[in-house]
Write a protein that binds this ligand. Structure first.
Ligand SMILES: Cc1cc2nc3c(=O)[nH]c(=O)nc-3n(C[C@H](O)[C@H](O)[C@H](O)COP(=O)(O)OP(=O)(O)OC[C@H]3O[C@@H](n4cnc5c(N)ncnc54)[C@H](O)[C@@H]3O)c2cc1C
Length: 360
């Protein structure tokens, strides 16, 4: 409940218990703030909790990705592979969560559905799918750049009588040995390739030629067909060539990347303005961490903050540390939100967004 005055239930709410979210929750707790983490999944791990398909692994090197090991949270951690697989990454997330003792700060199996800024009280009112409403001064999203899975818009998709799911919701019943399985989209086939890691290292050096090699390799090494899907039927899939009878259909159709997980929350700032509307023609941010009109809201590994161009295990952690220092400073100086006396001719956000758009 909003108490009608300036005292929120929590100093900060962190949405997400991936590697970024658990580190943020930990550091704010260490700063003596009252923090609540909210996570849709059953436990910590984020990307590495959800994506469990065979062959799922890093394509950046483990030791460079594993900031929580190299920065001293779990100093004894030893990677068993140069490009760690999902089971090891999930163990890594769990070991870090144990060391930081953050699970006690989380509400799991709970999704944030809305977050509305209350101008008068200067608090965020956060609505959860268990119908609870909680308030906080600082709202921090760590909802992941690749966590909003995207299903394709194919005729008849709901009619299939067998088992079907997105690759990021891999069914643990599937070991792929018995049933006939169809991968819709080619991403999972690519990610399940045992040579994927070395492939991607080389691919960075010479993208186009290697992409052609990959496509060639897939064609020869797998039952991969270039046949446009016309519809999903109760018994399988109809392509331009024929009908396939299938037990399982797996949608490897990717994610609504970066802004997708934020779009799925009804986020409203000052004057009830929707973030989704403000970003309708592309995100506008300051340093990729804040958006004008959404005070005290920080978007970790969100748009514009380099997540698409860097090793997220490290970039996410550096953003977490920056936000922690910022919030500690605001508290220490007892800073309050004030409307500027003079409206700047060009805001920092406009300059920042303009510069980014000109470069990328
Ligand atoms: C298959 C795959 C391979 C990848 N490989 C690499 C790699 O090699 N190198 C690299 O740098 N990055 C890689 N990434 C990107 C990866 O997402 C990041 O490295 C990193 O794990 C992101 O961590 P995060 O904590 O920011 O987000 P995530 O791990 O995505 O965690 C976000 C969490 O927020 C939760 N959440 C979202 N919305 C809500 C809501 N409304 N309410 C409650 N909870 C919510 C989700 O359930 C999720 O658990 C890969 C991603 C995938 C999918």
């Amino acid at each position: 409940m909003v108490r009608g005055e300036d005292i929120p239930d929590y100093d900060a709410i962190v949405i997400g218990a991936g590697l970024t979210g658990i580190y943020q929750t930990f550091l704010l707790d260490q700063e003596g703030m009252k923090v609540l983490g909210i996570e849709a999944g059953k436990d910590v791990g984020g990307t590495w909790f959800w994506n469990r398909y065979p062959g799922c692994r890093l394509d950046t090197e483990s030791y460079a990705y594993g900031y929580l090991a190299s920065s001293g949270i779990i100093p004894d951690w030893n990677w068993s592979e140069n490009f760690a697989g999902q089971p090891e990454l999930l163990r890594y997330a769990n070991a870090a969560a144990d060391a930081m003792d953050v699970r006690r700060l989380y509400k799991f199996q709970t999704r944030v559905t809305a977050a509305h800024y209350q101008q008068r009280e200067n608090v965020w009112k956060v609505t959860r799918d268990d119908n609870e409403v909680v308030t906080c001064r600082y709202l921090i999203s760590a909802t992941g750049p690749l966590s909003a899975s995207r299903m394709p818009d194919i005729k008849g998709i709901g009619s299939f009588k067998g088992e079907s799911f997105h690759s990021s919701r891999w069914s643990t019943r599937q070991d792929g040995s018995q049933d006939s399985i169809d991968f819709t989209g080619s991403g999972v086939g690519r990610e399940a390739d045992p040579d994927r890691s070395s492939f991607w290292r080389k691919a960075r050096a010479d993208g186009n030629q290697l992409l052609r090699n990959l496509q060639q390799g897939l064609r020869s090494s797998r039952r991969y067909r270039e046949e446009p899907i016309q519809e999903v039927t109760p018994t399988g899939i109809r392509t331009s060539e024929r009908d396939y009878d299938l037990d399982v259909v797996i949608y490897a159709t990717g994610f609504d990347a970066v802004t997708g997980s934020l779009d799925r929350i009804d986020i409203r700032g000052k004057d009830n303005t929707k973030l989704k509307d403000v970003w309708a023609d592309g995100p506008t941010t300051y340093l990729g961490l804040q958006a004008r009109g959404f005070p005290n809201f920080f978007t970790l590994v969100g748009p514009h903050n380099g997540s698409a161009f860097c090793n997220i295990g490290v970039c996410g952690a550096l953003q977490v540390e920056w936000v922690t220092r910022m919030l500690a400073y605001l508290r220490q100086k007892a800073c309050r939100i004030r409307n500027p006396r003079k409206k700047p001719r060009t805001s920092g956000q406009t300059r920042f967004t303009r510069t980014l758009r000109a470069r990328y």
